[in-house]
Design a protein around this ligand. Sequence first.
Ligand code: PAP
Length: 331
Amino acid sequence: MATTNAPAPAALGPVPFRDLCGVRPVSDVTTRSADNKLWLQRYQGTWVLESWVPGIMAIQRSFVPRRGDVVLGSPPKCGTTWLKALAFANMSRAAYPPAHPEHPLLRLNPHDCVPFMELLFATGTRKESKMNALPSPRLMNTHMQHSILPASVTTDQNLDCKIVYICREPKDMLVSLWHYTRRALPDVSSFLDVFEPACEGKCLCGPIWDHVLGYWNASKASPEKVLFLRYEDLLSDPVENVRKLARFVGQPFSVSEEEAGVLMDIVRLCSFDKLKNLEVNSADPSSDFANDWYFRKGEVGDWANHMTPDMARRLDAIVEEKLSGSGLSFL
Ligand code: PAP
């Protein structure tokens, strides 16, 4: 097992990955297959994109966490982009004051600031080594289920590397996933194409209930190691959740920062409207993928526009049955 006691370089991070490494962490849709399908593959009990498997295996084999690392975990379409922005703005606020007119998030998409591990570690990209170039504390994200993370990351005693997890009400997550997939793959047209397999557990990074339960149980066992956040809570009380996030990563807001409005500046900078309306996050008709795909509605309850009451009841019942006894519920 990889050790985690490597000395951390002087705290200078996080810095935008793209600024330091000169490359854009690859987007999900580049992983479509030649016949324009997203190929899901069973990997150690989880459903992942076939093209992520080499990266996942490389992470399991060789990822060495450093003191101060923060891994952002999430199922797809549960607020990763938002969490990346918030965590980056939070942890880099000394170097990049959030109200500064040249803040990196005003010119870079959050996914350019925080790399996606599965693709970064994929064989052949050679970007994996670029992780080593990042100054500490480093920020990175993964969609891997907790059960397939390397022990070097999950070991309870290893508080050097922390995990911040975000999940979302499963019906809204599925609707968001469907919209995203539809843009990437024109032959996915019906919501049922996503809904029916998901009810059986087959969806990207699913089963959904296993994904949330893995991190939920880990956060209950080690709350100082895993912070469990919910998209809906972030929407209803961003200030308190950002405060919680800052405390968790060991950078609580000082009284003077609170008085100076730094926390509010971060919330504003990372808000849906602010990020969505930036030029860097706008639609790009010349490309088959654009950053605007990450910013659709940003609301709670859009499922009602896509599911019948029966479909909603069916998925709710499946999810609640799987979560029963855990203390976690989405109802
Ligand atoms: P990813 O898994 O591809 O990284 P992710 O960012 O997790 O996607 O999810 C995208 C969802 O978060 C979108 O939800 P929707 O389809 O229901 O609208 C997107 O709109 C929403 N989102 C992105 N940024 C923000 C933000 N700053 N505040 C609130 N919601 C956001």
